[in-house]
Ligand binder design. Structure first.
Ligand SMILES: NC(=O)c1ccc[n+]([C@@H]2O[C@H](COP(=O)([O-])OP(=O)(O)OC[C@H]3O[C@@H](n4cnc5c(N)ncnc54)[C@H](OP(=O)(O)O)[C@@H]3O)[C@@H](O)[C@H]2O)c1
Length: 247
């Protein structure tokens, strides 16, 4: 493999993104590691000269522009891995928390517009853009109004961008992970069937992206079950989901 291939990973300071960083850097990639946690990013770079730390908040368009300017030495990006995200729940639907909703949409969806604005022009001919969405978009889940809506937006964005980037020779991969053990899911108070480690998730993503797959979903035991349930009338999957969501 060409040792000079470059991947930019958002959300590289924790969970799936951190495991992706380890996987790609061990595979010889130059990794532009993004997140807000400056200390963690500096530690990565201290131990590995192939890691370029880039600290910024993905909800701040100006900060993203500044970060992208700092990358002028790196030249092009082969893989733009848009992984950073947040998950918070609407605990009381009747007393709907509009601020929480807006904040989750800003972090998970609106940020992607800014990131694409500043980093997509750096993606090389033959490059790839990868969106980490969620299997939560396969069926509605209780309390996931904000998270699910943001991820459903990502699905549409990724599929549309795939059409429009064909002529630029840039491939788009959309990913629907199931439950992965990370700080994000450590907060969950409900059963998470077929939980995978972040290393297992990173390995599946690495293989699928290397094969230039347009769509990845895992673990299939979960995602295929959700896809099958979605084919049934609403009352069937609604009662199953409401029952299985009870702790
Ligand atoms: N874990 C799962 O079961 C699961 C399932 C499906 C999909 N996903 C998706 O996978 C992605 C990664 O999730 P994870 O489980 O690895 O979560 P995580 O461990 O909480 O990591 C989230 C990452 O996103 C970054 N981030 C969050 N808000 C940011 C902001 N405003 N600006 C810049 N960076 C920000 C964090 O970096 P800083 O704190 O340094 O800013 C961190 O590196 C998310 O998009 C999530 O929705 C996860």
């Amino acid at each position: 493999m060409d040792a000079k291939r470059t991947i930019l990973i958002t959300g590289a300071t924790s969970g799936i993104g951190e495991s992706l960083l380890n996987h790609y850097s061990a595979s010889g990639y130059q990794v532009v590691a993004c997140g807000r946690n400056r200390e963690k990013l500096a530690q990565y770079a201290e131990h590995n000269s192939n890691i370029i730390p880039l600290a910024f908040d993905i909800t701040d368009n100006e900060k993203i522009a500044q970060a992208a300017n700092q990358l002028s030495d790196v030249g092009h990006i082969d893989i733009l891995m848009l992984n950073a995200g947040d998950c918070r729940y609407i605990d009381n639907a009747k007393a709907f928390d509009g601020e929480l909703f807006a904040s989750v949409i800003a972090t998970n969806l609106q940020s992607l517009g800014y990131l694409l604005e500043h980093f997509l022009p750096k993606v090389t001919d033959g490059g790839q853009v990868v969106f980490v969405s969620s299997s939560a978009t396969l069926l509605p889940f209780p309390r996931a109004e904000a998270y699910g809506a943001s991820k459903a937006g990502i699905d549409y964005l990724a599929k549309t961008l795939r059409l429009d980037l064909k002529s630029e020779n840039i491939d788009v991969t959309l990913i629907h992970p199931g439950f992965i053990k990370t700080p994000l899911t450590d907060k969950n108070d409900f059963p998470m069937p077929f939980l995978l480690s972040s290393q297992q998730a990173a390995s599946r993503i690495y293989q699928g992206v290397s094969a230039r797959k347009s769509y990845l979903h895992f673990p299939k035991r979960l995602t295929l079950t959700l896809k099958l349930l979605a084919l049934f009338p609403d009352f069937v999957w609604q009662s199953i989901i409401l029952r299985s969501n009870k702790v």
